[in-house]
Structure formats: C-alpha cells, structure tokens
Write a protein that binds this ligand. Structure first.
Ligand SMILES: [Zn+2]
Ligand SMILES: [Zn+2]
Length: 693
C-alpha cells in the first residue's frame, strides 16, 4: 500500500463510488494491518462521510505511523488531512498551523504532489482567516507544484482555490479564468468532486461579473457533478450557488426552492458553514418576496449559528424591488471595474512610426500653468469658454521603453487620447513642481498602484524627480507598489535607467524658475541620452523645462537631435535685459538656440519644438515660430497637443498629422484652430511653412 494506492482510493471517493472505496480499504487492512496509507484511506472515507472527529483521530494516528516509518510523503499528507478536518470543525488557526507543517515536510521530501496539496490546504486556511493576498500566493504556488508534478486533480484544486482568492481581492475576470482552468483540469482527471467545486467557483465569478444567466448554468453544472460525486456537502454548496443566481435573475420562487434544498443537504452533512450559507440565501430571497414571518423564523435559526450574520441580515430591506436595484448597481459596477482593469492590463502596442524610426516623442500638453490652474472658468455656468485647460506633458518612446515627462494637469486624458495605456510607462520624470508639470502625478501613481495589486510587482516604474518634485512626491511614490526606484536629479547630475533594450541617461540641466517650493533653484532642464548597448550615443533630446534664460545651460544641449524649448509667453521686458521673466520668452528662446548652435557641430540640424504656450498666444503661435525661424534658421515646429516627432539614430522628424507614418516638413493652422503637421502628400499647400500675413 503506497501513495498511488491512496490516489486510486481517492479517485473512487471523488466519483461517488464509496462502496468500492470502502472495500478497497477493508481488503488492504487484511493484507497490511496498520499500514500508514490504509490509515490515511480510513480517515479519508471518514472525512467524506462527514465524520470530522474520526477523520481528525485517524490523521493523528497516521502522522505518528508516518513519522515512525520515516515516510515524509505520508506524513505531509496526514498533516493536510488534519488541516482539512480542523477547517471543517471551524478551527482555522490550528488548521493553518497543520498546513504549514505539512508544507515543511513536503518540501523536505521533495515531492511536488504533496507540496501542492500542502500549499492548497494552507491557501484554504488563509482564505478562511481573511488573509486573501497570502492565500493567493499559496494557491498560485500550489498550482505551479501540481503542474510540475503533472497531477491534474491537485491542479484543479489549486486553481479553484486561486479563483476563490482572486474573487476575494475583487479580480473577477482573473478569478473566472482560474475557475475555467480548474474545471478543465477536473475534467481531464475525470474527477466529479473537483469538477463540482470548480464549476461552483466559476458560478460565483460569473455572478460577481453580473453574468447571471451563465452563473446559473455553471451552478446547475456544479449540482449535476456534485450528485454524480455522491457528495452532500458540495451538493449543498452547488444548490446555494444556484439559489444566488436565481435570486439575481429575479426568479425568487425557484431561488427559495433551491435554498431550501441546500439547507436539507447541508443538514445531512452536519456542516455548520454550509447550513449558515443556505439560511443566508433563504433570508435574502424571503426579504425580496416580503415574507416577513418566514424570514423572522429563519433569522432566529441563523442567530444560533452565526449571530453577527443574523444581525446584519436583519437590516436587509424587507421589500420587493430591492433586489433588481441591487442587481443593476452590481452589474454596472462590475462593468466599470472590468473596463478599468482592461485598460490597466492592456498590452502596450508599438507606436506607429515611419520605416527606420525607433522612437517617438509625443506632445501631450497645450497651455501653460496659469491656464491650467484656472479650472473654475470652464465650469458649466461660469460664463467662460471651454479652452481645454490641458497642461499635460510629454511621452518619449524608444524601442519598447516609455518615459513620461512632466505629467501635468490633463496629462491622463491626453495620454489616453494618444492611444497609450499605463503599461507603456517604464519611467516618469518631473522637472519642477507646477500644476502643468505635476498636476496628474497622483493619477499616474494610482495607475501604477492598481497595476500591482499582488505581493509580486507586475509592472515596475522608475521615478526621477527634480528637487521641487522630489519634495512633493518622493514620500508617496516610495510606498506605491510597482514603483521600483525614486531618484533625485539635480543640475549637472546624471541618472542611468538601464531597464529597456537601450541604456538611457537623464542629465539634470540648470534652470531658474520659481516653483511651488518658493525657490528658483528647485527646477531642472533635461538632456536625455539614449545609447546602444556598447555605449555609443544613438539619440539625444534636450528639454529646457520652464526656466529663464541660463546661457551656460546651452553647453549641455549641444548636438541634440530634438530640442524642446518652453517659451511661456511674450513679455513686455522680453529683450533679455532688466527684470527677467520666469520663462524663456521670445528673446530667451532665440538666445538659447543661438548659444546651443554656437557650441554644436557645424552641420547641426535639430528639430526644435517650441512649447508651453501661454493661452493668450492662441493662433499667434505660428507667427512666433516664423519669427524664431528667421532668427535661428533651424527646423522649428510649434508643439501642439497630440502632435508627435519620430526619432531614429541621430535624427528627429516631425510626423504628419493626417497620414500615418509620413514625415512632415511644414505646419499649418487647421480649421479647428489647432496646429497640424503636414507632409509632401498635402499638395494643396505651399511648400514652406505657412507665411505670416
Ligand atoms: Zn510650465
Ligand atoms: Zn513652471
């Protein structure tokens, strides 16, 4: 008599062939009295005859015998049986303790099947204790061990528990997927008991997703499998699931009948938990039917089993119409959650680019800070025009690695409009603490938080923050699961982010700009260097950030392929003398570009994006760009919300607004007043940039 004999015995029990199982044990007892597996088998049969005290006693005998024989596999299995019996006797802490020892013994034995069972018992105990995240980890481990051992029964049980744990942490879609896997494994193992458990979990996931018809079908399948397994406990559970689904479908009379049958089946097993659950469903259905007197009777019975549950249920509104309302709300909530999760989990698609291009710089902002802070103006009834208060930011993509630059107010919306999803983000950098640069930092952190619900991070993001932004966000970012690193970047310092296919270095550049810290030295500009694996420079981007003119900063921007300058506005004293503005202004932008040009190689031909427009510049943005072009003779484009630049080794090109994957060579004010980038295909337009009148 060994473990495989025991597995065969279990197969009989799981498929409702109790007489065969009993005679197998009787025969084995004659052949090998006192054999540890025979004792385990007797305990197993007692367990399935709902005699948990006898199962407890026999598991203790088996543990002793296994230890005496030095059989670790049998010992681990006996400990699991003890844990399961303790669970059904309502002793959760001791059940977990037994499962923990079972796991230790199984690991010492190096046996994957028993390891899987031990992890499964552990997960069940953790679930009963409400330690759902830990239960999920244990159940996931159990499924892995079962797969490694090639044991379909163990796999099915592990996946079913995983599905339960996922449901408890509100991850319903994943719960359903795990339950489907459990049902498949149960069918492959031809085990009715595992099948009924899997189908019942499936029904519960479907119900949480608001898919009540399918939930009813799954619960009905679970009931059939439970009857085939000849198991009253699972039959009662399946009937309860059926009653719940029927209740949600408004079929109250049938629901009440199913709940009453569930109660009968539960009584046959003497299992208090199942009985409690059946009474619970009865109360809910009676409330809906307005059966006040019947409900009071059931509540009184329930009070003897679970007084606090009875108290809670006594507060359920006793009136028709309540259930359809609850049903509608639960369904709507499930749909919202599913949509949110769909966005969070969506795979990042490669960005559309012309041939030969590897990277993209997407403009996700429009106006400057004092516009975005002025939220009240756009409120309905406030009398102002909706100017689209989009502070936003930028997104840099290079060969699968994505960097968010300055997620200001409105960034999240613009990011989604550009077809980007949270999993596109590998790192976040903020150059100073103003609302148009950091206003959407909390939505960004929230997405990262939601993407990493478990103990193991699913999607990690690095944070690089200017002194001002570090002061504001490092504290919260450091605790967000999924945030891998939070680093402070000061002028003339450099941080390497070696997490994509290409090493990326972020270099801080001196900026003078008074942010919310009240200081003018807490802001930075940026130079972003993307290199190949051997360290050769591939592409570089300069980003002035918000700053007044700092001539020496030009040194760090020399030879960049793309230069982004934040103009701010046009200032009364915008001649580079006297009282200086907090932004570059026209003169500052021209001077900075001239200074960079002086220091760069003779054939330097960067693309220049002029950005951070004051709202008052509106349609005159194009005229200002014309004036900058005549002053510096470079390829200058006005930055516009959702326009983008293609990047390839040592070259940046504006991308056509209308024609996917085409290079643009001019810009133009479109009919909506937005700036569009146009390519050669737009023959109706002049070749040059649109001239000023
Ligand atoms: Zn700004
Ligand atoms: Zn600013």
């Amino acid at each position: 008599m060994d473990f495989s004999w025991f597995q065969k015995l279990k197969h009989h029990v799981h498929n409702g062939r109790m007489p065969e199982a009993v005679s197998m044990v009787a025969e084995a007892e004659r052949a090998a009295p006192g054999n540890v597996y025979v004792t385990l088998g007797r305990g197993y049969i007692a367990y399935f005859k709902y005699d948990y005290s006898e199962a407890m006693r026999l598991s203790a005998v088996a543990i002793e015998a296994a230890r005496a024989a030095g059989d670790k596999v049998a010992e681990s299995y006996a400990l699991c049986s003890q844990a399961d019996a303790l669970m059904l006797l309502g002793n959760r802490d001791d059940s977990l303790a037994a499962a923990n020892v079972a796991l230790e013994v199984a690991c010492a034995a190096g046996d994957k099947i028993t390891e899987s069972y031990a992890l499964h018992s552990q997960a069940d105990a953790l679930l009963m204790l409400g330690r759902n995240e830990e239960a999920l980890t244990a159940a996931t481990g159990a499924a892995e061990a079962a797969r490694a051992a090639g044991d379909k029964v163990a796999e099915s049980y592990a996946l079913r528990t995983q599905a339960d744990a996922l449901r408890m942490v509100n991850r319903y879609e994943e719960s359903l997927a795990a339950a489907n896997g459990a049902a498949e494994a149960a069918r492959a193992a031809e085990t009715k008991l595992a099948e009924t458990n899997a189908l019942r979990t499936q029904a519960e996931a479907l119900r949480m997703l608001g898919r009540y018809e399918e939930a009813l079908a799954a619960a009905t399948g679970a009931l059939e499998a439970a009857r085939a397994a000849g198991n009253k406990l699972t039959e009662s559970n399946a009937l309860n699931s059926q009653a719940e689904a029927l209740r949600m479908l408004g079929r109250y009379d049938e629901a009440l009948a199913a709940a009453t049958n569930a109660l009968e089946a539960a009584r046959a097993t003497g299992n208090k938990l199942t009985e409690t659950n059946a009474l619970r469903v009865q109360v809910l259905v009676m409330s809906q039917l307005g059966l006040s007197a019947d409900r009071d009777k059931v509540l009184a019975r329930l009070a003897g089993l679970d007084p606090s549950l009875a108290q809670r249920l006594a507060r359920v509104p006793l009136r028709p119409g309540w259930d359809p309302l609850v049903r509608r709300i639960i369904k709507a909530k499930a749909e919202r959650e599913a949509e949110f999760n769909r966005i969070l989990k969506q795979d990042p698609q490669p960005l559309a680019l012309p041939d030969g291009f590897l990277g993209k710089f997407v403009v996700l902002r429009k106006w400057a800070s004092y516009t975005t802070v002025d939220l009240m103006r756009d409120a309905p009834g406030a009398g102002g025009a909706d100017t689209g208060t989009c502070g936003g930011g930028y997104f840099l993509w290079w060969d699968g690695w994505g960097l968010v630059i300055d997620p200001g107010l409105g960034f999240g919306k613009a990011f989604r409009s550009a077809g980007l999803v949270p999993r596109h983000v590998s790192a976040v950098v903020a150059t100073h603490h103003h609302i148009d640069h950091t206003g959407d930092m909390l939505p960004v952190l929230t997405c990262i938080f939601e993407m990493n619900p478990g103990a193991m991070p699913a999607h990690q993001v690095d944070f690089v923050l200017s002194p001002g932004a570090f002061g504001a966000f490092a504290g919260v970012a450091a605790y967000v699961p999924g945030v891998r690193s939070v680093q402070l970047l000061r002028p003339n310092e450099s941080i390497n982010l070696n997490c994509g296919p290409n090493p990326v270095a972020l270099q801080g550049v001196k900026a003078v700009h008074r942010d919310l810290t009240g200081r003018d030295d807490a802001s930075i500009g940026l130079r972003i260097n993307i290199s190949s694996q051997d360290g050769t420079a591939v592409c570089s981007i300069g980003f002035s950030g918000d700053t007044r003119l700092v001539k020496e900063s030009a040194e760090l921007y020399k030879d960049v392929d793309l230069m982004v300058v934040h103009i701010g506005s046009i200032y009364e004293y915008d001649v580079g003398e006297g009282k200086e503005p907090w932004h570059l202004g026209f003169a500052g932008a021209v001077t900075l570009l001239e200074e960079i040009k002086k220091r760069s190689r003779p054939d330097w031909d960067p693309l220049v994006l002029v950005s951070e427009w004051g709202e008052e510049l509106g349609p005159d943005r194009t005229k200002i760009c014309e004036a900058i072009i005549s002053a510096v003779e470079l390829r200058v484009f006005p930055a516009e919300l959702l326009q983008s630049v293609g990047l390839k080794p040592n070259r940046a090109e504006a991308l056509c607004t209308a024609k996917d994957g085409k290079i643009a060579d001019r810009w133009h004010t479109g009919t909506s007043g937005d700036i569009e980038y146009w390519c050669d295909g737009h023959d109706s337009l002049p070749k040059r940039n649109e001239a000023s009148p």
